[in-house]
Design a protein around this ligand. Structure first.
Ligand SMILES: [Zn+2]
Ligand SMILES: [Zn+2]
Length: 83
């Protein structure tokens, strides 16, 4: 899971300002995680995020999988590029 820088600057994916991106919370356990979208018109920016205090890859992967599984269960249209 790659995560845009949370404060200031531009998004690593779409180069729009990171501050305008919207962070959607999907799960709260075992750690808060969700997905982020860019509200700019026609921008397809989409990424998962998660609270990962020790920046462990297995935690990042687990949260990403949990977010995608929950979105799938909810019928959310996950972008093909993320699968
Ligand atoms: Zn964007
Ligand atoms: Zn973006």
């Amino acid at each position: 899971m790659i995560r845009p820088t949370p404060v200031g600057g531009t998004c690593a994916y779409c180069a729009h300002e990171i501050d305008v991106h919207v962070m959607h919370l999907v799960i709260e356990k075992p750690l808060p995680a969700g997905y982020v979208t860019c509200p700019q018109p026609a921008c397809m920016c989409w990424a998962t995020w998660g609270i990962n205090p020790h920046r462990r890859k297995e935690v990042a992967d687990m949260l990403r999988d949990a977010v995608l599984a929950k979105l799938d269960a909810d019928g959310y249209p996950i972008p093909e590029s993320v699968r």
